[in-house]
Design a protein around this ligand. Structure first.
Ligand code: FPP
Ligand code: MG
Length: 309
């Protein structure tokens, strides 16, 4: 909540933090860890399908949020890396399934053909299932230097985030809402806090848990993450209208085509931008206690509203 009325802008954030080089460095670490996480075994086809989507690039926002929060709370990158990889495995599998003909029926993702276009629907479903199961195995088997209770907490949160209380629930309501013209802001917000927000929140919170953060810190960071999660989705809706397929790496203008209710369709583009900025401002207020250590999370929050893809 903004209780101070403070308007946080890019200028009054720490000026010498370079987000571009921070993201580049962390993206490289994540790419290397993901590459190592899954090698090809028999039957090759399924591993190839899993690797095709997992290693297709992307912003790696969820792993980076996890690593950044862990470091901010005094932990090391290596203790959070298995969870960071698992978050990307879960995100990737949700996109593979989301793109299937039974759901959004999409041909492009991350600038490449979608998984089912390359491997067929049967293998794409199984590649998603394989990645989902592997995500949990990967955290349990590879997390080191963290008390077992904290690892269990992370695994339980991941499960809740993926299931009907999170991504699956949000996706169901999203599918049910297609073509309906009377979707309320509350329903739209429910869809997005579950479908997108939940995994972003768990990315931040799991980084904090692994570092041994207190309940009070976890609450603060949840609020930060909920706000940037919603802002992320509002901007996603805006970009679906304003950006090109090349910029997005996926089909543009799909929401309108599928008659999906979006924030711009309910509020208009200008009001949507204002709301996203307000959410980011409120998110940044939650980081006040952490001083310069919060520079990455502050800059990521700002990036979410200024991104072009
Ligand atoms: C993209 O939304 C889709 C998601 C963020 C998640 C969808 C969730 C599922 C398919 C459930 C997956 C199953 C498990 C077990 C986790 P979008 O269609 O609005 O965005 P897009 O334009 O990128 O496709
Ligand atoms: Mg989709």
């Amino acid at each position: 909540m903004v209780t101070t009325g403070e308007k946080v802008t890019q200028e009054n954030q720490s000026s010498n933090f370079n987000l571009a080089s921070y993201l580049k460095e962390k993206q490289q670490l994540v790419e290397e860890a993901l590459e190592r996480s899954l090698s090809i075994s028999k039957p090759e086809k399924i591993y190839e399908a899993m690797r095709y989507s997992l290693l297709a690039g992307g912003k790696r926002l969820r792993p980076i949020l996890c690593l950044a929060t862990c470091e901010m709370m005094g932990g090391g990158v290596e203790m959070a890396m298995p969870t960071a990889c698992a978050l990307e495995m879960i995100h990737t599998m949700s996109l593979i399934h989301d793109d299937l003909p039974a759901m959004d029926n999409d041909d492009y993702r991350r600038g490449k053909l979608t998984n089912h276009k390359v491997f067929g629907e049967d293998i794409a479903i199984l590649a998603g299932d394989g990645l989902l199961a592997y995500a949990f195995e990967y955290v349990a088997a590879n997390t080191q230097n963290v008390p077992p209770q904290k690892i269990l907490d992370v695994i339980a949160r991941l499960g809740r985030t993926v299931g009907a209380a999170g991504l699956v629930g949000g996706q169901v309501l999203d599918l049910e809402s297609e073509g309906k013209t009377d979707i309320s802001v509350d329903t739209l917000t429910f869809i997005h806090t579950h479908k997108t927000g939940a995994l972003l929140e768990t990315s931040v919170v799991s980084g904090a848990i692994l570092a041994g953060a207190s309940d009070e810190d976890i609450q603060r960071l949840s609020k930060y993450a909920q706000n940037i999660g919603l802002a992320f989705q509002i901007v996603d809706d805006i970009l679906d209208i304003t950006a090109t397929q090349e910029e997005l790496g996926k089909t543009a203008g799909k929401d309108l085509q599928a008659q999906k209710a979006t924030y711009p369709s309910l509020w208009g583009i200008e009001e949507s931008k204002k709301q996203a900025q307000q959410l980011v401002d409120e998110a940044i207020v939650e980081l006040a206690p952490y001083g310069e250590g919060a520079d990455p999370l502050k800059a990521i929050a700002t990036y979410i509203v200024t991104r072009k893809h």
